[in-house]
Write a protein that binds this ligand. Structure first.
Ligand code: ATR
Length: 287
């Protein structure tokens, strides 16, 4: 990689920044496409966020990604927010053009692209059971609703939050969502009525090897998706494969949210296979 006065900067803004595959994945993609770009980590303490974002807008940045805890806070500092990110209410990607910052959300569309590729089917007409109602669930559920999922069941430990997200979906996109309490029998009947099961909670992430759902609730007709990518195959995914389900690993969402960001920044088709391979190899090394 040659850095010179023409090099455009990209980065990952968050605090604290723990291990991330984004720098490796984006830098390899820039290199593959022969772009004079570089992607760096930008750790911003909360009291410095505004100053840092203003600084970025005055420097030779082409854009950046936003991770925890700033996906909501960042919106205050942007000149424009894409309609789709507005609907989700969070921004994970910013594109900078002529000093103007425009926010996007690629988490939900990243999930959808990963789903369609791994499951080999569209979400249109499907009933979807989503566990969790935090930021990842909001991005995914809104995207699936927009892409014509038929029914969306939101199940969460804190039932009130499931009701809130479900109401938001219904108010903005039509009456297709229902909140489900975390009770075995109620979960069972809505899962039996679903084509797709998605875990958006962090249960199953290393070092915890738990599963968010009793294996007995799964059936072989379900497509089971996990947003947890570390370990590469969570206990949920292992259980689902054992039952005979099609599975969608969390690494897909991780890669495709980056692919979508790359495409927004460069206007080019991202080197999908290479980006998938880099993250896959990195996760295999982690065990
Ligand atoms: P993210 O942005 O990754 O979605 P988040 O917004 O903090 O993270 O949301 C985490 C989600 O996982 C929430 O739905 C949370 O449930 P609560 O609303 O009840 O907190 C869910 N979650 C996290 N740990 C959980 C656990 N041990 N059991 C059940 N649900 C859990």
């Amino acid at each position: 990689m040659k850095i010179n006065t023409q090099t455009k900067l990209y980065g990952l803004l968050g605090y604290p920044l723990s291990h991330s595959f984004s720098p490796l994945m984006q830098n390899k993609a820039f290199e593959e496409c022969k772009l004079n770009n570089i992607y760096i980590p930008i750790e911003a303490r909360p009291e410095n966020l505004e100053t840092i974002v203003k600084g970025i807008s005055k420097m030779n940045f082409g854009g950046f990604n936003i991770t925890k805890p700033y996906k909501l806070d960042i919106m205050k500092y942007l000149d424009e927010i894409d309609d789709y990110a507005k609907l989700i209410g969070a921004v994970n990607t910013v594109n900078i053009k002529d000093g103007r910052l425009k926010g996007y959300n690629t988490d939900g569309t990243g999930f959808l692209r990963s789903f369609e590729k791994s499951a080999g089917t569209k979400i249109e007409g499907k009933n979807v059971f989503i566990l969790g109602s935090g930021g990842a669930s909001r991005a995914i559920s809104m995207t699936l609703a927009l892409n014509k999922a038929k029914n969306i069941y939101i199940c969460n430990r804190t039932y009130d939050k499931a009701v809130e997200l479900s109401n938001d979906i219904n108010n903005q996109l039509g009456n297709l969502s229902r909140a489900i309490p975390m009770e075995h029998e109620i979960m069972k009947s809505s899962i039996n009525n679903s084509h797709v099961f998605i875990n958006t909670t962090s249960i199953g992430m290393l070092p915890d090897l738990e599963t968010p759902i009793d294996k007995m609730l799964l059936n072989k007709n379900l497509i089971v998706c996990d947003v947890v990518y570390n370990p590469r195959k969570t206990k949920l995914i292992v259980d689902a494969e054992d039952v005979g389900c099609k599975v969608v690993l969390g690494l897909g969402m991780l890669v495709y949210q980056g692919i979508e960001a790359f495409e927004i920044w460069t206007g080019l088709r991202a080197p999908e296979e290479l980006m998938n391979k880099i993250v896959d190899e990195g996760l295999k090394q982690n065990g």
